[in-house]
Design a protein around this ligand. Sequence first.
Ligand code: DAH
Length: 344
Amino acid sequence: MEEKILKIKENALVDIEKAQNSKELEEVKNKYLSRQSELNNFKKSLKDIEPSLRPKIGSLTNEVSKYLEEKINEKYNEFYKSELNAKLNSEKIDVTLDSAYIPFGKVHPLSATINEIVEIFEHLGFSLIENKLSPEVELEKYNFDLLNVPKEHPARDVQDTYYSYAGENVVLRSHTSNAQIRQMQNSHPPIKIVSPGRVYRNESVSARKNNLFHQVEGLYVDKGVTFAHLKGVLNEFIRLYFGSARPTRFRNSFFPFTEPSAEIDVQCIVCQGKGCSTCSGSGWLEILGSGMVDPNVLKGVGIDPEIYSGFAFGMGVERLAMLKYAIDDIRLFFNNDERFLKQF
Ligand code: DAH
């Protein structure tokens, strides 16, 4: 019996030696020290052996299991240290490494410009109108007729306006002024709105012109609105958008839907007024058209021009963005070149 116990001890020591890691050592521990282990069976069967032998065998099994337990713990401690170190090394985070490149989206410069323009007019008491009152695919009636644009007006020429296959009277709107008519038909004065959006013109594309571009339309109709209000509001807009340093001028003009009409020019940003190809040598760039709403237009939408008057304006968004950020080619807005877009 003694021999058997010593044999178990010997085997156990070999197995402990052989264990390569804490997991294998755990198995060794189970094999030799668990309840089902041989040694434990000896302890359980002590009652069956000769009483005189019991103390000796009993203390020997206890000694051996204690000894094995110590050996296993010793080795376990070694494994624990080296395994913990290995784990710490493998999970180490190098905070000096560059992180993965995740590009951030940005607001397109045209959207940013539209937002800025609209915000300025909101600050001046104008409201942004609903999209459905400003459709891009439009009836000629709203794009031209009700705006007092006569049938023979050159703006209607197929050269300028895209006509739709959807119907003879359907066009891609050539300006945002259609929004004025729809707004006036859908509400009553006082009306004080702005309406941004896309417009289309059948033009050959160049650094200065694109066949798709953006405008912001504005309309103020109430009792007693005068040209002084127009000047006051638009001057304030220019001051807020460009800062007071940029020279501007009001210039007499003509639009079928306004009387009198005025255009506002801003000093050319490329040549600072000296004259260059961007401003066709004039030193000025037109940024908006405006005027007092023609009485015919008011009548057409059922507003009595004897009681009400108003002013309107339409500005080119690309133009305004180009002037502010010194961009010399309108096509840059539409090419989606990341190197350009990232700068805003
Ligand atoms: N619709 C004109 C254009 O596209 C701009 C314009 C001029 C709009 C005068 C207006 C206005 O509302 O009153 O060139």
